[in-house]
Unconditional design. Structure first.
Length: 523
């Protein structure tokens, strides 16, 4: 006789999907819709920070909690009276228990994540473990059921706490309801947990340090925010006897801006040095690779600036997890995780030899791409307002609403809705500061890019429709040939198609002040 009713099974199957889904992908919301049925309330599709009311509660979560608290105890009572485990049904029950425990202790996890880190050497005792353990034993260790969930409660607590930290860091770092922002949040989540959270929970949780992460994207697009979210969201073991975590998770992120230091200092900062190794080395010094704990992360910002000789030394670290300090023959071990970032064109850097191919192929297994602000605004113009609210709250505090209104009005009047924001989010933040202090912002005037460079940039950012791309390319080739027939031959198009696609305004720019001697007219 089945242990579950049809409705219970349908609910627990949806709960199982929720428990292991990426919270920033559409399938998570679809699983919630399946679990709640008619009670599901559509909140807009993309889960993102509500910058104007960050405390707003999601009614779907509340309804899900209520149903979990009703269904799980009911199924447990039937399990206790069952002569044997029920296979698949028992597995669904255990998935529901894990989600229920996460939801029961969510406020405790949030409070723990927000608490000030304890000084090194004095781990902070976690009081919530005692009630958590009681609930675990009540829900999982059921009399008469021989099969046990092959997970230790201390490991489950550490995993659930990691999930909440990862959600908070990712959710708060990446603002915006655009699809590209949602995809970035989902990509960060996968960098932390992989795409298979069951596998991560069972075996990969203590092996992710072996996978380096590379973050690429234009300057000012938030690469360090992404790195910080990944670095501060790593798994940290919990010890049941001492009721402490192995390390304060807030102390494990070590950023290093490589572009701001000479190569000699970079090498010393990373690997450390022995006294007398070079002029000025008056004492032994530990580098970040040595100081980083097994649960920590070293972030190498602007890794494209590294000299090839240092890339070779880092390659060894990535391959063997060992290194030597400057002036020391003793091998040391790096146990943490490497996260690197660059705004360079990687293919071009490898072709020119500034980025070693063997080094790149050691850090490219996990790549996260941060979108430009221009990409976000082209897809969802309302993101500008959301980002202004987010930035102004940090810059102006309680007076942020008036700054948002002032900044938004100034931007639309003086820069226009189609301003490209070449400095990305970093530039937008400085714009807000400029308006706060002087009532205005004056971006640096760049030399107008050539039409060819402009076309390449728009292609790189996916900013053109197929029609726009064809029109601009036809115009460029026509400007070179000065003849529709020859242009059509090169492009393998009909002459009439070429003629209809040539942009007269762009053609004037290409011709320059002297004009262009064409063999046939534009009209």
């Amino acid at each position: 006789m089945p242990l579950l009713t049809g409705r219970e099974r349908e609910f627990l199957e949806a709960v199982s999907k929720i428990a292991y889904a990426n919270p920033f992908l559409p399938e998570r919301l679809e699983a919630e819709r399946q679990a709640l049925g008619r009670d599901f309330q559509d909140m807009g599709g993309i889960r993102s920070l509500t910058v104007e009311d960050p405390s707003r509660e999601d009614p779907n979560r509340r309804r899900l909690d209520e149903r979990l608290e009703s269904v799980v105890p009911s199924v447990r009572s039937r399990l206790a009276g069952s002569p044997d485990d029920s296979g698949e049904e028992l597995a669904l029950y255990h998935d529901a228990v894990l989600l229920l425990l996460y939801r029961r202790y969510l406020d405790d996890f949030r409070e723990l994540a927000a608490s000030v880190g304890a000084p090194r050497g004095r781990p902070k005792r976690v009081r919530l473990y005692a009630p958590f353990l009681r609930d675990w034993r009540q829900l999982v260790e059921i009399p008469g059921v021989h099969w046990r969930l092959p997970l230790e409660p201390a490991h489950v607590l550490a995993g659930l706490y990691q999930i909440q930290r990862a959600f908070l860091h990712t959710f708060a770092a990446i603002v915006g309801r655009s699809d590209v922002a949602a995809q970035l949040r989902a990509a960060v989540w996968q960098s932390i947990f992989t795409h298979d959270m069951r596998r991560y929970r069972d075996s990969l949780y203590d092996r992710m340090a072996d996978v380096a992460t590379l973050i690429t994207g234009p300057s000012g697009s938030g690469k360090e925010l992404v790195a910080r979210a990944i670095g501060l969201s790593r798994y940290v073991p919990f010890d049941a006897e001492s009721t402490t975590f192995a390390e304060d998770p807030t102390t494990g992120f070590h950023p290093l801006n490589l572009s701001a230091m000479p190569s000699t200092l970079i090498e010393s900062e990373l690997f450390g040095h022995k006294r007398g190794a070079f002029t000025g080395a008056v004492a032994d010094r530990s580098g970040w690779l040595e100081s980083c704990s097994p649960y920590g992360t070293v972030f190498l910002d602007e890794v494209g600036e590294l000299e090839p000789s240092i890339q070779v030394k880092l390659l060894r670290v990535l391959q063997t997890r060992t290194f030597q300090s400057i002036g020391d023959a003793t091998e040391k071990r790096f146990a943490g995780k490497i996260v690197a970032a660059t705004n360079r064109d990687i293919a071009d850097a490898m072709q020119r030899g500034t980025l070693r191919e063997d080094f790149y192929y050691r850090i490219c297994s996990d790549v996260v791409v941060t979108p430009s602000l221009r990409e976000q605004l082209q897809e969802a113009p309302e993101v500008l307002h959301e980002l202004l609210v987010f930035i102004a709250s940090r810059v102006a505090g309680t007076d942020s609403a008036s700054i948002v209104a002032q900044a938004e009005a100034w931007i639309l009047e003086h820069l226009g809705a189609d301003y490209a924001w070449p400095g990305n989010i970093r530039e937008l933040e400085q714009c807000v500061r400029g308006i706060l202090i002087r009532g205005s912002y004056h971006p640096a005037r760049r030399h107008t890019a050539s039409p060819v460079a402009s076309l390449l940039e728009d292609i790189e950012h996916g900013a053109l429709t197929a029609d726009e791309l064809l029109s601009r390319y036809c115009t460029l080739v026509y400007a070179q040939t000065g003849n529709y027939q020859e242009c059509a031959r090169r492009l393998q198009l009909d002459r009439r198609t070429v003629k209809s696609r040539v942009d007269a305004t762009l053609l004037e720019r290409l011709a320059g002040p002297e004009g262009h001697d064409r063999s046939d007219p534009i009209t």
